[in-house]
Each structure stands twice: as C-alpha cells, then as structure tokens.
Design a protein around this ligand. Structure first.
Ligand code: FAD
Length: 285
C-alpha cells in the first residue's frame, strides 16, 4: 500500500455557510473551538448552482481574517466564466489562496449546464486565469462517483483534474478503509503523488447520514447500519458508537499512509473534537 505520510499531516475542517444570525454565531463558536487544533485550513461549501455564493464569500472572508487560512469551495456547473473570474479575483484581492474546485450538481429545476461541464475544465480555467496563485484541491471518490459508468472511467476523469493542475485531493467520505487504499494503489500505479486526504464524516445522526449517503453514493456497511438502527432515537449511544468507529477508521488511515484528514464537521465541533482527542492528535502542530 503506498504511503503518503509526511512529517506534517494535513488537517482541515469543512463548514457550510450559515443561513441565519444565530447559525452564524454558533459557527463562530465552533470555529474558535476547532482553531485550537491549528488546522491547515477551514473550507466553506458552495451551494448547488451558486445558491450560497454571497454567504460562502462572507464566511470565507471572516475566517481568513481570523488568521487560519480559508479554502472556499467553488462549483462551476451553471456558472459562466465571467462569474468564476469575478469570484477568483475577489478571493485573490483578499489574500485567499486555496480553492476547492468542483463541478457541483445542478440544482433541481435548473436545466442549463453553464459554460463548464466538468471540474477538470474549472481547474484548467483557474490555472489559465491565475497561474499558480491558487492551491487547488479537487474531489475524489474512493467508492466511485454515483454518476460514473464504472471505477475505471471515474478514475480517468479524476486524473484529468490532476493533469489540469490540482495540487491536492479531498475524498468523499467512506466507511470502508479498503476503498481508500485501493484508490491510493491506483494513484500510485498512475504516478499521482499529490496528497489524497480522506474525507471524514463523523456519525451523530443516523437518518440524516443515511439520506446523505444515498445521494452521494457512500456505502454504510451493513453491520454499521444494523447497529445504528438498533440505537433508535438514543443520540448518546449513536454518538458514542460513532466516535469509536470513526476513531478506529482514522487511526487505520493514518497508520497506513493517509497524509492527513479532512473533517466534514456539519458546523458542529463535539463529534470532531471527540475523534481528535481519541486519536491523541496535537493541539499545536
Ligand atoms: P467531476 O470531477 O466533474 O465529476 C463528476 C462526474 O463526471 C463523475 O462521474 C466523473 O466520472 C464524470 N466526469 C468528470 N470529468 C469528465 C469528463 N471530462 N468527461 C466525461 N465525464 C467526466 N457540491 C456542491 O454543490 N458544493 C460543495 O461545496 C461541494 N463540496 C464538495 C467537497 C468534496 C470534498 C466532495 C468530495 C464533494 C463536494 N461536493 C460539493 C459534491 C460534488 O459537487 C458532487 O459530488 C458532484 O456531483 C461532482 O463534483 P466533482 O467536482 O467531483 O465533479
């Protein structure tokens, strides 16, 4: 199994832009708690078709001003080159130098795909417009993107993003470590040596997780589903089980060469902090 271990693992936390003042205050609190862990960056999602464009931007600028780098997600579906150019320039002017470049999904009811069809075209455009200014992160799917014909085609498409100039990769979340290791093997065979950071989805709410996983093609192994179903509405038991399972998964990934971890925090700190503490990761890297 190829190892991507380096002396300074990459740790990052993902947020979505808050929809209300209360949610914004709560996110500030979460951000403060996670800042103590000294992550490499906080990333902020971009709603389908640009639906959170302004809120993503405001959240990113707030984070960037707090001293920890922010990495805005930018999806290109339903966008024009001019829209993307404007956003890139605004980030550049504010010292934001990391981007998570995505295709995104078409919002329901919207038919036109815009000027970009796939994320590799966005990576290409960012490089054409801004040279090496941005550190570009792209998405990968160890369990295969739900719209892909098969794993081989999906991998080839993933490779287009690397060839277009991506610097690093964040994976979709998964609960089968083997899928990540197999993906890493494919990367090694194809001489891809940029960091492939596993995406980690803490488990706190089974019905929500089942819904998300259905949409994004992440497999919840049968034994985990059956355990989670057995807890019913007992949130404490779900959290305890989730912390134990995720700690073991993260440990296995780090022990076997994962170059870091990217946490899908869902704008909450408790579950992420529990995993971090269990792993005995440093608070001051
Ligand atoms: P692509 O890499 O373009 O791939 C999409 C599909 O098209 C795949 O099936 C691929 O095999 C195929 N494909 C790719 N290139 C080609 C090509 N040149 N020719 C033919 N087929 C091709 N969504 C949001 O809306 N906002 C977010 O903030 C967001 N953040 C995310 C963060 C991470 C880390 C991840 C893993 C996903 C995120 N998503 C987000 C979801 C993502 O937008 C969806 O999974 C989307 O369906 C695919 O985006 P992508 O960038 O991986 O697309």
């Amino acid at each position: 199994m190829p190892s991507q271990k380096n002396s300074t693992p990459l740790f990052s936390f993902e947020f979505f832009p808050p929809k209300s003042e209360d949610a914004a205050n709560s996110l500030k609190n979460v951000q403060q708690k996670l800042s103590i862990l000294n992550p490499d960056f906080f990333s902020v999602t971009f709603g389908a078709g640009g639906s959170t464009r302004d809120k993503t931007y405001d959240t990113v600028i707030d984070i960037q001003q707090s001293g920890i780098p922010a990495a805005p997600h930018l999806s290109c579906v339903a966008s024009t080159k001019e829209n993307i150019r404007e956003i890139l320039n605004a980030y550049k002017d504010n010292g934001v130098s990391k981007i998570v470049a995505l295709r995104g999904d078409m919002p329901s009811g919207m038919m036109s795909a815009g000027e970009f069809r796939y994320a590799n075209e966005l990576v290409d455009f960012i490089r054409q417009e801004t040279g090496d200014f941005f550190e570009i992160h792209v998405a990968a799917y160890p369990e295969v993107h739900p719209q892909a014909q098969n794993a081989k085609d999906d991998f080839k498409n993933f490779q287009r993003k690397v060839d277009a100039g991506a610097n690093a990769v964040i994976t979709q979340y998964f609960y089968n470590a083997e899928s990540y290791f197999a993906f890493m093997d494919d990367c090694e065979k194809n001489n891809i040596d940029i960091p492939i950071v596993p995406g980690i989805m803490p488990i706190t709410n089974y019905s929500q997780l089942a819904r998300f996983s259905e949409m994004c093609g992440a497999d919840i192994p049968r034994w985990m589903r059956k355990r989670l179903e057995g807890f019913g509405d007992d949130r404490t038991a779900i959290r305890a089980f989730g912390a134990e399972v995720m700690t073991k998964l993260c440990q296995q990934l780090l022990d076997n060469g994962a170059p870091g971890l990217h946490f899908y925090t869902m704008n909450q700190s408790i579950a992420t902090l529990a995993i971090w503490d269990n792993l005995q990761l440093p608070t001051n890297k």
